[in-house]
Ligand binder design. Structure first.
Ligand SMILES: C[S@@+](CC[C@H](N)C(=O)[O-])C[C@H]1O[C@@H](n2cnc3c(N)ncnc32)[C@H](O)[C@@H]1O
Length: 329
């Protein structure tokens, strides 16, 4: 899946401009507080983005990563043929999903981001002033709380990195709200065992409602990884100099690990083209001399090892290029 770096680069430029005036020491302190908070798995008892500086810190050190994960996920969903004209992003914060959706879907005509934290929405509005797309630049950022979302509808509803901030009962209610308002739903969570567990609950609820999975699962049977493993993927994020300074990091990139699920309501699913379903690559492939070894989730609901050897010709050539998260060639 090839992606243009245009949106990621424009987002970085917008972040540098919008966050540049914030005192660096305050930003570093707020980043440390957020890093500590995100390492804890308990739901927050108070908003995590508690001040403008926390919002600026979140945008600088987390938003490029959540944006990278969402770009990957929404790119996949676009490849399945989803062509949404409207996006509703619940708990959208500074707008990472809006940026990714504007890039993935040239069909978008309207973008609405809802969140409880006005400072996050204000920064989101400021960032899209530099957006490469007029639809994104015209996005609506509106304050609302989970459980009291406005009665809006959209072709696509995104819920990204939000569930971990809610109690289980609120997570379930949020998914019901998303499905009531959306004709397709994408949920992204950190690629940790507990993030995956939340995604798995969402997956069960989507299937129970008769929705069709668009990814990453190549089947609607029980997840074969549910015992002792967790389904997650990685997106490469180039770190800006500011990002490296804030996190005290040396590498010029990081890999954002994420778990995700996407599904469409029956009336949308029947308009999508069926994909050639060969299985999903679950780990970095082992590329050896003369063969490539994959861990895959298979269309028959099992998971295990697949080997593509040089004898497979063209398929082997595609296997050499395949990456973690791609479809098995
Ligand atoms: C980790 S941030 C994710 C932001 C954005 N979706 C992203 O992917 O970068 C979680 C967001 O969920 C919002 N949120 C948490 N609980 C909420 C609630 N009860 N109602 C509305 N928004 C909420 C927070 O304000 C925050 O902006």
């Amino acid at each position: 899946m090839s992606r243009t770096p245009e949106y990621a680069a424009a987002l970085r430029t917008a972040l540098r401009r919008a966050v540049g005036a914030v005192d660096e020491r305050e930003l570093t302190r707020a980043t440390e507080a957020l890093v500590a908070r995100y390492r804890s798995v308990a739901p927050a008892s108070a908003p995590i983005l508690a001040s403008r500086v926390h919002v600026a810190a979140y945008a600088t050190y987390r938003m490029p990563a959540t944006h990278a994960a969402l770009s990957r996920v929404l790119g996949e969903v676009a490849a399945r043929g989803l062509r949404p004209r409207s996006l509703l992003d619940l708990g959208g914060g500074t707008g990472a999903a809006a940026w990714a959706a504007a890039e993935a879907f040239d069909t978008l005509e309207s973008v609405t981001v809802l969140d409880q934290v006005e400072d996050a929405l204000a920064l989101g509005r400021d960032l899209v002033a530099d957006a490469p797309s007029p639809i994104l630049a015209a996005a609506t950022f509106r304050q609302a709380r989970a459980g009291a979302w406005p009665e809006l509808e959209a072709d696509l509803v995104t819920v990204s990195y939000v569930l971990s901030e809610l109690e289980e009962r609120q997570q379930d209610a949020l998914l019901v709200d998303a499905m009531r308002r959306g004709r397709s739903v994408v949920v992204v969570e950190p690629g940790t065992p507990d993030g995956y567990a939340r995604v798995l609950r969402v997956r069960s609820a989507l299937l129970a409602a008769g929705w069709t999975l668009l990814g990453p699962c190549p089947h609607a049977a029980e997840c074969p990884l549910a015992q002792g493993d967790w389904c997650h993927f990685a997106a490469r994020v180039n770190r800006s100099a500011e990002h490296r300074r804030l996190k005290g990091a040396e590498l010029s990139y990081e890999d954002e690990k994420f778990s995700w699920i996407a599904a469409a309501a029956p009336e949308v699913a029947e308009t999508l083209t069926a994909e050639a379903n060969s299985g999903r690559i679950l780990r970095h492939p082992l590329k050896r001399k003369g063969f490539v070894e994959f861990q895959v989730c298979r269309p028959d609901g099992t998971a295990g090892r697949e080997v593509v050897s040089k004898k497979a010709g063209e398929r082997y050539r595609r296997a050499r290029d395949a990456e973690w998260g791609d479809a098995l060639p």
